[in-house]
Structures are given as structure tokens and as C-alpha cells.
Design a protein around this ligand. Structure first.
Ligand code: TRP
Length: 326
């Protein structure tokens, strides 16, 4: 049986944090044997919210180091930069005729970005963010898109565009589905819904055990549990969410001891910091290898780009044929 194809990607924002690991990377790694995976570094997408392109290549390579450290095997899963496969731009243009600007203005993820980044007048390219993403996915005929839940509206737009194209010109594209992880979202250390680099509420994959402990100490916990002995409410505590992810075996006793007050927040944090550090230990080791061998990382990228190019060329041949574009 042929394997279904996965297409997923991230914007190159530099070093990744445990939110990326839990929300996406672990899922990619877990799926790389059962699916045929393609992973894209969305460097064009990075320009939608910040047209300053300085450092973009470096950020892309830094992110790739984290991907490889997390266990992406490039022999199974080609990795490539969007900007190196020109077919993305052409498919984006063709797709842009198949969706209304009103539909794009309703996209909640773009709306959130506009609000969070205080953008007064959205650029044409930023509004078209999901159209470019649809081109990313459909150029490789991605059927499954493992992403965090904030990306679901983009995948919905991708499905609409695929349907529209197929009806208008003949069937070329699948209708891809989003595939969420159990922990699609890890709260930030400051108690906000999400880890994000700009909020500075993250733990990086490259952080040492000492840095992790220091970062975890700053986390907010149940405000009514001021000292050991006070009963706490694990269900509202982000540290408890981290225990659920990184220390599953001990969660029942942590839950009970937090509620009775026997466990204080300081100890509880130390314990989770140790578990996170243990979880990241093999990643840190692999990370050190790739950091010391930048040529190997570039080689992996170029090989991935050559493979991606073959698929992209073939899809565009079909697109041209079905549209009668010669
Ligand atoms: N929008 C995604 C994010 O911000 C990145 C991305 C670009 C993507 N193209 C994609 C994700 C295609 C999945 C499929 O994380």
C-alpha cells in the first residue's frame, strides 16, 4: 500500500522551544514511518509579518538543527526552504484567483496576528498567508497536515481552494486534513495560552538543565497557593500541565499532594524541571553534533530541496495541463 503524504512546516523564527516540540515536532517524528513526510521551512511566510529579511537563512538553518535534533530523519523526510522551490510562487498566484478577499479577512488566525502584532493595515501578502500555505501543501499533494490547532483555519482554506481548483479545472489535488497532537498547545511560563518567542515565556530545546530550572522557577502557579501547606488547584496550574506531558507517571500523586498542600510549588517545579531536562537530554546531544557540523546540515537541506523540486515540477506539469496553460 502506498503511504499517505504529509506536508507540514514552520516559519524560521530561530531556535525552537518545547511548545514546538510538543505541538508539532514529536508528531512529525512519530509519523515519519507510516507516512511519506515532507517538511518545509516557510521563509516566505516569515516575511508576511516582518519584511526584514536579514538573518533569514541563519534562522532557517538554526531551526533545521532543532528539527534534526528532535529526530526528523532527512533520509525519510525531505526538508527544504520554500524560497528555493519557485513553484510555490506560481501556485500561490494561480490559487489567489480562487478565493475572495472577504473569505481571507474572516480568517481567525490572521485576525489574531493582526491584533497581537498591532498591525494597522494588513499587507496584501499577509492577507494571502493561507493562500501561500495552500500552495505549500498542495504542491506536494499533502493529504495530512500535522499542525497545532491555530493552523486549522488555514487547512480549511486549503481544502476550499483544492475543491475550487478541482471543480474549475479538473481533479489534480487531494483535500488535506489537519492532524492535531494531543498536546496541541503548551501554555507559556507566564500563564498565557501559548509559548511564544516574542512573549519570552518559553523553554528552548537548546536550554541546559540549569537554564530550564531557572526558567521554570519563574512560572506562575495557583495564586491562592502561597506557601507549602496551602491547598492548590492542579487544574488551573500550568506546571501541572507540564507534569502531564513530561512526567505522566507521577501526575496522580502530584495531583493529590498539591490538593492536600503536602507538595509545595517550589518542589513541584524542581521536579518538573528535572523531567523536562531528561526529556531534552538526547535532543541536546544531537543538537551539539549538528551545531558542530554546519556543512552536514546544509547538505541535508540541499538534498531535501532536490527531492522537493522533483515533486513540485511534476505537480505544476499537471496544473498546466489541466488549466490548458501549455
Ligand atoms: N503557518 C505555519 C505556522 O505558522 C507554517 C506553515 C507554512 C505551514 N506553510 C505550511 C504549516 C504548510 C503546515 C503546512 O506554523
Amino acid at each position: 500500500m502506498t503511504k499517505k503524504r504529509i506536508l507540514s512546516g514552520m516559519r524560521p523564527t530561530g531556535r525552537l522551544h518545547i511548545g514546538h516540540l510538543v505541538g508539532a515536532l514529536e508528531n512529525w517524528v512519530a509519523l515519519q514511518d507510516t507516512y511519506e513526510n515532507y517538511h518545509l521551512i516557510a521563509d516566505y511566510h516569515a516575511l508576511t509579518t516582518n519584511p526584514d529579511s536579514r538573518g533569514i537563512e541563519e534562522h532557517s538553518l538554526d531551526m533545521l538543527v532543532d528539527w534534526l535534533a528532535a529526530g526528523i530523519d532527512p533520509a525519510k523526510s525531505p526538508v527544504f526552504r520554500q524560497s528555493q522551490i519557485k513553484e510555490h510562487t506560481e501556485l500561490h498566484l494561480l490559487f489567489s484567483m480562487l478565493i475572495t478577499s472577504a473569505r481571507l479577512e474572516r480568517n481567525p488566525t490572521v485576525k489574531d496576528q493582526v491584533r497581537d502584532l498591532h498591525i494597522e493595515n494588513i499587507s496584501y501578502g499577509h492577507l494571502g498567508y493561507p493562500v501561500l500555505q495552500a500552495a505549500d501543501i498542495l504542491l506536494y499533494k499533502g493529504e495530512v497536515v500535522p499542525v497545532g490547532e491555530d493552523q486549522v483555519p488555514h487547512v480549511e482554506i486549503t481544502r476550499e481552494i483544492a475543491r475550487r481548483f478541482n471543480t474549475q479545472y479538473g481533479r489534480v489535488f487531494p483535500e488535506p486534513e489537519a492532524k492535531l497532537t494531543k498536546f496541541a498547545r503548551l501554555p507559556g511560563l507566564d500563564g498565557s495560552m501559548k509559548m511564544s518567542k516574542s512573549a519570552g515565556n518559553t523553554i528552548l530545546l537548546s536550554d541546559s538543565p540549569e537554564e530550564i530550572a531557572k526558567r521554570v522557577k519563574t512560572a506562575v502557579t495557583d495564586p491562592e497557593k502561597k506557601r507549602r501547606g496551602d491547598p492548590g488547584r492542579p487544574e488551573i496550574c500550568l506546571i501541572f500541565t507540564y507534569h502531564q506531558k513530561f512526567n505522566a507517571a507521577e501526575t496522580p500523586s502530584i495531583d493529590a499532594d498539591c490538593r492536600t498542600g503536602a507538595l509545595g510549588c517550589v518542589d513541584c517545579k524542581l521536579r518538573v524541571a528535572e523531567r523536562i531536562a531528561a526529556h531534552l537530554a538526547p535532543i541536546r546531544l544531537r543538537r551539539a553534533h549538528f551545531e558542530a557540523h554546519p556543512e552536514e546540515v546544509k547538505q541535508v537541506l540541499h538534498a531535501g530541496e532536490a527531492k522537493a523540486k522533483l515533486v513540485a515540477t511534476e505537480t505544476m506539469r499537471e496544473v498546466h495541463a489541466s488549466m490548458g496553460l501549455g
